[in-house]
Design a protein around this ligand. Structure first.
Ligand code: IVH
Length: 682
């Protein structure tokens, strides 16, 4: 063998191997190559040719990374030191408890001489979600790589591990230990995992559930050429047996590993005391989104190896380390059904019923799909496998559909035509994502509708605020829209919030509200898009409520200021026979509606005809709303004050327009005064 090789060739081979390994390290460990891929290939081919010509291959030659014959089975490997697993912490309190426990243990043993209050020195690193392996080196050369297995015995996966370019085949750059077992995690980046799954999906192969399974599946291949084709990475964080060098702490180990060209975790921080540990945990959590790899936690280790030794091991876990697990955010499950759910405001939201899945310690079995546009955009179907995300207390939502898992039996979900709760029609306007139930008496909306109905601008029932509506609803005293007018003092007196006087006050307020105006009543019905102004326009044009029953949209549009959107909404509302029935019920309960806004002469003539308004300062409504109202009532809304301005509407913190108006003698009014002018009854 070597004797036949000319010395200069041997040197050339040695030089090429060393150079190529260095470039490999620059590229795969430091992610900072100093030569081009072509140059690397040129050197590699040169080496390969010399190796072939002289049948001389160094054990750390890069050509030895690939080309091993496929195995029949994996040989078993006994770890000289067991590969331990880690205890978990699921909260900061658990971490604080861990620190306290260690202090207690140390107090009773080694630290007697020390101040018990003294902080313990820790390291904190990300927990890689991959497969633990051990790399065994003798005199600096990698001779065996094994999986963790049961911690005592693993499988020999040397040819596979060799294909990972960031694994040093030879220890260089440091004093070489005669023997060392280095432990770390083999993992795959999230992007590569997704790409791999996509390819597998295309080829009809089963998908990997997560990056960890993908990494494990890639290592446990009898044919190492398959492993070579996967982009696997390594992060080294521990040692087993070591001879010939002395390492005193985790941070010394990490520094040594880095020098010896091993890839190390993306973050390793040495800190004093548990408070600082928590800070690093948070720091790593913030970085999770930008790490290209998956981490599900942070590993906290006592830094000092002597302290580690004195703390010792429980059965399979060291006492000196713990894994803090970040609350899980995502899980994969299947959509069993999609149901429409009616919210308090009548908006109908599609909700996915899921096969229950545990995410961050909580079982998730429903997920909002937001709206129908979202369903279409994400192409979500009944039967789909989906990734569900849960962040904090927010309702879980579907992140994405795993389309590769489709069988063809998945069903699309249609927008319901009727409200699933009350059976009323649903309305969806062009350009709007929301689908709403228009049922006045819809049980899902009764609280919200009543809250609006009794508000000051509508029926003005004092003493019936949100809390009381909720209370009456929860006690079953209000089930339907008309039930407010059935309330009796005796009913109220049974409730915790009511005494004789407050109950009487409410009954009186309800009584008083029986006499109302058509515009207030119409506004109170909460018809979509019908605010106070539109309600007043309707009242000005329809003498009686019954005149609006079953009205056609075109008829409503005859009112100059009402556009098709409002007209369609009014028409839909008054064409719902349930709504008419509910209104009739209210009337039968003694409601008296008058209409002072209606005047025959109002037809065609608007209250603000010919008047020009300018606004300054902040008003209770948005500027746009007030301008719309002015225009709707026949007035003109201008932006600058001039001699032809009739009124300046002055809000809070008025601008220079006020001075100008004063100097020109233009009349000024507040918003409330304007409303009074328009409707003296308000
Ligand atoms: S230390 C005795 N450090 O987590 C300490 N492990 O749940 C043993 N892991 O089997 C391991 N990242 O596969 C350590 N920075 C890290 C780690 C880490 C991932 C894995 C390792 C271990 C498992 C325990």
């Amino acid at each position: 063998m070597p004797e036949k090789i000319p010395e200069n060739i041997k040197h050339e081979i040695e030089r090429l191997v060393s150079e190529l390994n260095y470039h490999c390290y620059r590229y795969y460990v430091l992610d900072a190559p100093v030569i081009s891929d072509e140059e690397y290939d040129r050197l590699y081919n040169k080496l390969k040719k010399l190796e072939d010509d002289y049948s001389f291959i160094l054990p750390d030659s890069p050509t030895k990374r690939i080309g091993a014959p496929a195995l029949d089975k994996f040989e078993k490997v006994r770890h000289t030191e067991p590969m331990l697993s880690l205890d978990n912490a699921f909260s900061y309190d658990d971490v604080i408890e861990f620190d306290k426990r260690l202090k207690r243990l140390l107090e009773s043993s080694v630290r007697q001489a020390h101040d018990v209050e003294e902080d313990i020195e820790y390291t904190v690193e990300p927990k890689y979600d991959g497969l633990a392996i051990e790399l065994s080196y003798k005199n600096g050369l990698l001779y065996k790589a094994s999986t963790r297995g049961d911690g005592y015995e693993g499988e020999d996966v040397t040819p596979n591990i060799r294909t990972i370019k960031s694994v040093p085949l030879k220890i260089e750059g440091v004093k070489v230990p005669s023997e060392i077992d280095i432990r770390g995690e083999v993992y795959i980046d999230i992007e590569d995992f997704e790409r791999l799954n996509m390819e597998r999906g295309k080829n009809g192969e089963p998908l990997f559930a997560n990056p960890r399974n993908a990494a494990a599946g890639s290592i446990r291949q009898l044919d190492s050429s398959i492993t070579a084709a996967r982009r696997l990475h390594l992060a080294c964080y521990g040692i087993g047996t070591v001879n010939g060098i002395e390492l005193k702490s985790q941070i010394e180990l990490i520094t040594w590993l880095e020098k010896a060209r091993f890839p190390i975790p993306a973050v390793v921080k040495q800190v004093n005391g548990v408070d600082k540990v928590l800070e690093v945990i948070k720091e790593i959590e913030e970085k999770r989104n930008i790490f290209p790899f998956e981490t599900d936690g942070a590993v906290i280790k006592v830094n000092d190896f002597n302290l580690q030794k004195s703390l010792g091991v429980k059965t399979r876990e060291p006492r000196w380390a713990i894994a803090y697990k970040y609350p899980a955010h995502q899980g994969t499950t299947r959509i069993i059904e999609i149901i429409p759910s009616v919210g308090r405001t009548g908006v109908i939201t599609p909700v996915a019923i899921l096969e229950p899945v545990r995410i961050g310690g909580v079982t998730v079995s429903r997920s909002t799909l937001h709206n129908w546009d979202e369903i279409n955009r994400k192409d979500i179907r009944i039967g789909d496998y989906v990734v569900v995300e849960r962040a904090g207390e927010v309702i879980p939502h579907v992140v994405t559909v795993i389309k590769e898992k489709r069988t063809g039996k998945e069903k699309r979900f249609q927008i319901p035509e009727k409200c699933p709760v009350c059976g009323s029609k649903v309305a969806r306007e062009e350009g709007e994502v929301a689908v709403r139930c228009i049922g006045l008496d819809c049980p899902a909306q009764v609280q919200e509708r009543i809250r609006h109905f009794v508000s000051r601008q509508a029926m003005d029932i004092e003493g019936l605020g949100e809390k009381n509506v909720e209370l009456l609803y929860s006690k079953g005293l209000i089930k339907h829209f008309a039930d407010i007018y059935k309330l009796k003092k005796e009913d109220l007196l049974q409730l915790p919030r009511f005494a004789e006087k407050s109950a009487q006050n409410l009954i009186d307020a309800i009584e008083k509200s029986r006499h109302t105006t058509l515009s207030k009543f119409l506004y109170g019905l909460g018809i979509i898009h019908v605010g106070e102004y539109a309600a007043r326009l309707l009242s000005a044009n329809f003498e009686r409520l019954e005149g609006i029953y079953h009205i056609k949209a075109e008829k409503v549009m005859e009112i100059k200021q009402i556009g098709d959107k409002i007209a369609n909404s009014i028409s839909a509302f008054f064409n719902d026979s349930e709504n008419i029935r509910t209104i009739e019920k209210l009337k039968s309960l003694g409601l008296k509606i008058t209409n002072p806004d209606f005047k025959e002469k109002n037809k065609g003539k608007m209250p603000l005809d010919g008047l020009t308004f300018v606004i300054t300062g902040a008003l209770p409504k948005s500027r746009k709303e007030v301008e719309d109202m002015i225009e709707g009532l026949g007035g003109h809304a201008a932006s600058t004050v001039s001699k032809s301005t009739d009124y300046l509407i002055v809000g809070d913190e008025p601008g220079s327009k006020l001075n100008k108006a004063r100097s020109l003698g233009v009349k000024t009014v507040t918003y409330d005064e304007l409303l009074k002018i328009l409707n003296p009854n308000v």
